[in-house]
Design a protein around this ligand. Sequence first.
Ligand SMILES: [Zn+2]
Ligand SMILES: [Zn+2]
Length: 333
Amino acid sequence: MDKEQPVEMDSKQPLDETETIHTNPDRRRFIEATPYHHALQRRHFMLFEILPFLGTVFALVLAFYYPPGALEFILFFGLWFISGLGVTLGYHRHVGHRAFKASNFVRGTLIGMGFLGTQGPLISWAATHRLHHSSSDEPDDPHSPNLHGKDLFSRIKGLFHAQVMWMRKHDYPSVSHFVPDLYHDRFIMKLDRYYMKVAIAGLIFPAVVGAFYYQTLIGTLNCFLWGSVIRLFVVDHIIWSINSVLHTTGKRLFETGDESRNGYFISLITLGESFHNNHHAFPGSAFFGLAWYRPDPAYWVLKTLEYFGLVWDIRVPSKQAIKRKLRKKNNEQ
Ligand SMILES: [Zn+2]
Ligand SMILES: [Zn+2]
């Protein structure tokens, strides 16, 4: 088989290659973020970026004196998988791009799992993400690594901005422009109010499990550190590296007009998210791998859920649409 020729996919709703994110062109593109918005952004950044970093350093030092046991690793990997799946399927593929349909029970479960990833409230996450797609690597892109200059120092500064620093303070995209569909989805609007409560509960959960299992203070602390703090640090930075590293280096299979790249080496740990060039080429596709030989674990989960009738209308591009967008081989990087 030709390596660049993805296999034909079954598709109930083939994607049109001209598909773009649904927006309302009559509305203002941005609202100016108020000091209140910036205060919320700073608080979120401190809670879910700075503290996990400091906590991870502390946990790694503590591990020399009190090594983690099997339960800590089960909590670490288990909550990594659950929160990662929630972010890619609930937040990104379903809410961000409407790539498949599901009952409110399944939507709520996937989005609730996504809350554990502490990526921010759902509506503002989706608006910011659609802004990224609509102006990728252009001045309006909230987290492009490519807008800080060409010399080495500027490139590093750009990577750092795209990885984490942009979250400290950024414009707040107009929800009526970028996510009018969500604005009118009462279930999503209601669910979004529980973001912080679920995120905090998810952080406390490993400590409760540790307290019951070990019945010691150090056992409780270690479960909290590995199941919440280190897990949050690792999962977040793997996801953020898609914004930074995969807009800088990697293979470009499709012509997308931006710097998005595919990162094969992290496809399993990102649950398929790292086929970022594929995703920019077909944002509405639920299948980021676009071929069986590009592992996309979240898509495998989605197909399993479809088999049991829990999700439906999974959107993937037609074989012809994929072929039309492929870059010429001699231009690939
Ligand atoms: Zn991107
Ligand atoms: Zn996307």
